[in-house]
Design a protein around this ligand. Structure first.
Ligand SMILES: *Cc1c(COP(=O)(O)O)cnc(C)c1O
Length: 398
């Protein structure tokens, strides 16, 4: 039942009103921000693993999960990994990111995006976000590159640091897709590799094409708080057969196939997803469309509930995009941003879990000296954003 709010009755935002409106939508039950939902074949598939003994690094659920992920996203290949961060790290290694390279990524992201770059010995170079998508602003990135980058023979160099700029990692923030076509163009223009951090955006599309299928490689996450979960887990998506083979090799200790011999042809990683986790993933994937419907329903109700309040708005999917509405977002107007902490206090005290945005990565101690563009919009978004309860079952029409 949609809450009875009226556009004619405009109210000014205050702390109590925010709590009240959230409660109207989620009907008085205190909830976490995003809880997993196991209402499918999870137990049956897990029991199958236990009964057959295939719980670990081999078993049929891994391949099944990979196959079904590829089918759902439209990617040619999916390679399951132990988590999303490992997937990102592997993507960066596969395109040959080296110590001393710079990789462009939004300052407004989860720390894993930057950490994966650091694991390669490379340096994150932070760029601004768009208020329309909450993700990388391609136009501003273009302007930034015009100012800060120079060509040295066929290498793109940051003129301030002297280091090569090799790649860009857009992140689809809280499930809302980055507008991909202009970014793809920009990457071509500057010869940048494109790796999508699609950890939050399974089920989200930009211009009808699934997030994570726009560049050469991308990373998904199935951590416990994501739209589907394997407990912990991730995946790499790619259309490139050779990259897919190398991804599998690099994430499975580079063991060359043989019935009994142990032979490894390079230093590689134990980044594989155990069969037990993949079993959970297969069961969860079967429910993804239901989760997506429920989440759209929940988002619609939030949108209505907050439509009659001046000074705050519910963030809706960008143009030309279909969002999975993974974590729902309230944005305060700039003049009301100083209310954010009071709203966080008040809602959490009254049993509604709400959270602020991440601290901008450029302000974390290990990244304060990293190169960065002007981050004006990212700073604005960070100060005014509140995540509100988003579990899919909150949107079920029961
Ligand atoms: C969840 C997430 C990851 C990866 O997380 P894991 O916990 O390693 O699976 C990476 N980037 C973003 C933006 C995320 O939200």
């Amino acid at each position: 039942m949609p809450p009875n709010t009226s556009m004619h009755n405009i109210s000014e935002v205050d702390c109590n009103l925010v709590s009240e409106r959230i409660r109207l939508v989620i009907s008085n039950t205190p909830r976490g921000l995003h809880e997993p939902c196991f209402r499918g074949q999870e137990k049956q598939y897990l029991m199958e693993c236990i009964d057959t003994g295939w719980v670990s690094s081999a078993g049929s659920f891994v391949e099944r999960f990979e196959h079904e992920l590829a089918e759902y996203t439209g990617a040619k290949y999916a390679i399951a990994t132990v988590n999303g961060t490992a997937a990102l790290h592997t993507c960066l290694m596969l395109i040959g990111i080296q110590p001393g390279d710079e990789v462009l990524l939004p300052a407004l992201s989860f720390v894993a995006t930057a950490n994966a770059v650091s694991y390669c010995g490379a340096i994150p170079h932070f760029v601004d976000s768009s208020p329309l998508t909450l993700g990388i602003d391609s136009h501003k990135l273009g302007q930034h590159l015009k100012e800060c980058a120079v060509w040295d023979s066929n290498k793109l160099i940051n003129r301030m640091s002297g280091r090569p700029i090799k790649a860009v990692i857009p992140m689809h923030t809280f499930g809302h897709p980055v507008d991909m076509p202009p970014l793809v163009e920009l990457c071509k223009l500057y010869n940048l590799a494109l790796i999508e951090d699609a950890a939050e955006s399974l089920g989200s599309f930009s211009h009808g094409k699934h997030t994570g299928t726009w560049g050469g490689l991308s990373a998904l996450s199935f951590n416990g708080n994501k739209i589907i979960t394997t407990g912990g887990g991730g995946a790499i998506l790619t259309d490139d057969a050779e990259l897919a083979v190398r991804a599998k090799h690099l994430t499975t200790t580079a063991k060359t196939p043989h019935p009994f011999n142990f032979y490894h042809d390079m230093v590689a990683y134990n980044y594989r997803l155990p069969n037990l986790n993949a079993a959970l993933g297969v069961a969860q994937l079967e429910q993804l469309n239901t989760f997506l419907e429920q989440k759209r329903c929940l988002a619609k109700r939030y949108e209505e509930a907050f439509s009659g309040i001046r000074g705050i708005r519910f963030f809706t999917e960008p143009e030309n995009a279909r969002s999975n509405y993974w974590l729902n977002v309230l944005l305060l107007d700039e003049t009301n941003a100083d209310m954010r902490d009071d709203i966080l206090e008040q809602t959490n005290r009254s049993g509604i879990m709400t959270r602020p945005c991440w601290t901008l990565l450029s302000r974390l101690p290990m990244y304060v000296n990293s190169p960065k563009a002007s981050l004006m919009e990212a700073e604005r978004i960070e100060k005014s954003l509140i995540n509100i309860p988003s579990s899919s079952f909150l949107g079920s029409v029961s």
